[in-house]
Design a protein around this ligand. Sequence first.
Ligand code: FES
Ligand code: FES
Length: 854
Amino acid sequence: MAILTVNGMQLSVDQNQKLLPFLRDTLHLTSVKNGCSEGACGTCMVLIDGKATKACVQQTDKLDGKTIVTVEGLSPREKDVYAYAFASAGAVQCGFCTPGMVISAKALLDQNPNPTRADVKEAIKNNICRCTGYKKIEDAVLLAAQLFRDNTVVPASELPGSVGDSIRRIEVVDKTLGLAMYADDIYLPDMLLGSCVRAAYPRAKVLSIDISAAKAVEGVVAVFTADDVPGAKKIGHLVQDYDVLIPVGSITHFLGDAIALVVAENAAALEAGKAAVKVEYEPLTPILSAEDASKDGYELVHLERKDNLLSYQCVKRGNADELIKNSAHVVTNHYSVPFTDHAFLEPECAVAEVEGDGVHIFSGDQGVYQTRKECAMMLGLPPEQVRVTAMMVGGGFGGKEDMSVQHHAALACYLLKRPVKVRFTRAESLQIHPKRHAMEMDFTTACDETGKLTAMRARIIADSGAYASLGGPVLQRACTHAAGPYNYQDVDIEGYAYYTNNPPGGAFRGFGVTQSCFATECNINQLAEKVGMTPFEFRYLNGIRPGQILPNGQIADETTALIETLDAVRSILERNPKAGLACAIKNSGLGVGVPDVGRCRIEVLDGKLHLHSSAACIGQGMGTIQTQFVKEITGLPLEQIIYHVPDTSSAPNSGNTTASRQTLFTGEAAVRAAKMVKAALDEAGSLEALEGQSFLGEYEGKTDSMGSDKANPVSHIAYGYATQVVELDEDGRVCCVTAAHDVGQAVNPISLEGQIEGGVVMSLGYALTEDFPLENGKPMRKFGTLGLFKANMTPDVKPIVLGKSTKDGLACGAKGVGEICSIPTAPAVQLAYYNRDGIFRTMLPLENTPYSKK
Ligand code: FES
Ligand code: FES
């Protein structure tokens, strides 16, 4: 029993419990987020007697007499200032970390009204942000401090909001103040909680499942097994190989497999119910590496398949073997890169409620139509009977493309006719959602005596884990981009992705290119050394220019600006020749002949334009960007342009947020819809005359398929290019990363910078600190030991945004940047260390650096 004062109200807490669930589930103070419940992320930060404290590790009984403040309890002036400062600085992307950051900022500023940047870094060092790279959050806190000190009235925005304006994001105030709704913030009357019993072995035959004791637990409403699934027992993004629940008699594929779905009235009953499910297994030999999986006659991950090969990819042009044999310089290296976790701050959560004869799912995912498709398939319902509404997404980075919780929430809701929430713990999130693929890569690269690249050969082996997920396309992108952004055409690239009993490999920012770029760029540095050129000179000589032919045969278009990104960093290399350097290329859009359509519908209602598309905003600011496109074309003020979150009942299908495609594809669709509105407006004379009309913009990117026999196939609609430079300080720590990116036309420059800063910092982790070791298929990391960069270890990141597109191009000339910002960082870091100590490292995370685990 404890008496607490929460946001000025005195409350009695009878039963001892953790403070976090009390604040969220009892008081519904949803600014206090549950990112880990392990004291490792800072999303649950509250003030306790003025000190920033993680609510998830506090017991209420120990807080008797204490005063607790959450963001909801800030004064109106504080709310105004923090919302303004975070919005203006571009400090908010997915927003899941933001209220916790505000609390840490307030704790600092209440004590120190004039902090330095170092003070701010120290104050937020226990708040993890996976999106922003921290710099803009630090800017926001410094700006808030200034506004408080000067007692400045919060100014209004004066930017018109056209393409090229750094306007504040449309949802930023709600995210900053904890008002934006993520799926876990939904509390419906009569709502149940669901969670699955997971496999005890990565590979075992399920002999029996006894749910009788679990059903008898007080508060347990139902326990479902595979027999209860009314429709497809297996679902999946591209390949339907993912068991909704593992049936008796079948085998498990990894430790994340769901065996039984328990549904209960409350969290305690749910846990007791799960513990009471008895499963008998016959353990089988697990397949724990791609190497084992590839052996002839080895055990099978999926018994119905003839082998463990998920995908084979081949990109061959010219005569690489012959050219390599006759080249003046050849380098060959083997590279190993690990699994890594997305570590988005919001663990997966979905809520389903009954709607008509079907279900209505509230989901934080990367594509509401994909969720609808798979859930309808599983329920045996026509898609129209499954409605999916997007909630705010607390980070995705590719890790929320697959079903995780949505199908189980939908299943329980459909069978019980009651609302059901299914939410992953952080441990479940780490175990279950697909990871960035671990890859083993053998790369040979060759050039002539002048340094001109001649040919390359690559063999890539990917551990794709238990299920297909997007393992095939990820391997394909790793292969199609393996030769890098250079002007040579003789390539021989093969990739193999194998099923194993490890967690699945799937989409992750960079989509396979992050891995193969590491190998390519490192090889190129060795070639440069053999020739006697600097890495910069070598890239400048070979870098792709407009009109030249990429290694995949595509002709580089006139917007190609790789050389401009090199020019942008030239002076840094002249000043500091020991800096590390790497280049990258990344597609915008699915490409290679895969149907790829962006759609946006504009409805005129109440004298305003209402934008509907299913393009998920996972932190990149898709709603704001669409709004800016429509503003640019129609010229109407932003106040008259209303963005609606994706909902399958009202938005046209714009595909998934993946492959850096939404700004270009749905952006162009928004432009087209806006052009229709503009034409109609010009004719009708007023918006009122268009009341009730709807305008559908659609853009389909037509590309040539893999293996096309065209001399110069168009594999992708657009490519972005980048050069990044990494500098080390005297102690061997990264002190500065300069990231020059060809983005075409910047739509919202401050948002774009934020993407670049966040992507770079994410990949500093990939280069230096992050891994995801497994033992017998079990992750050996918790959220707190993943190796994520914190504010106080993050160097200065300097984005340089450039491009040659004009506003006349597709999507006003914009190209995607969401992935490429993460791609060249690791090889640039590798070169910086090579230049420092002469050790040519071929594994990630890099060994023997000041960041290495002792
Ligand atoms: S939820 Fe408390 S630190 Fe992560
Ligand atoms: S904005 Fe910080 S985690 Fe997404």
